[in-house]
Design a protein. Structure first.
Length: 111
């Protein structure tokens, strides 16, 4: 019985979230928030990416996911909550949006 209490005590003290760091959680969320991952359009680190080149009415066009790793938080939040220029609506929670922002600015936090 003492062993069971000893083994389960860390779960109660630190919670299940202690098994994954905030950056690890954010990385997984960035790769698959609700369906298609952010990295497919915005690049592995939010640097932006060409998604497709196509012809529309005989005119060559490019569809790009913009750079998002340099946005201030209010613009980032707004972009995730509004459907603009092909951006899907993900219905993310406040904590998920904060985690994604953390992921995109993880290098800023290490300075």
């Amino acid at each position: 019985m003492q062993h069971i209490i000893f083994l389960t005590l860390p779960i109660f003290l630190f919670g299940a979230s202690s098994f994954i760091t905030p950056v690890e959680y954010a990385s997984q969320l960035y790769k698959n928030p609700r369906g298609i991952g952010c990295h497919h359009c915005h690049g592995e680190n939010g640097e932006g990416k060409i998604v497709a080149n196509y012809v529309h009415k005989k005119v060559q066009k490019t569809f790009e996911g913009p750079r998002i790793n340099s946005l201030e938080y209010s613009k980032f939040y707004s972009a995730l909550n509004n459907r603009v220029d092909g951006m899907p609506r993900y219905f993310l929670t406040q904590k998920e949006i904060e985690a994604l922002y953390l992921y995109l600015h993880k290098d800023d936090n290490n300075k």
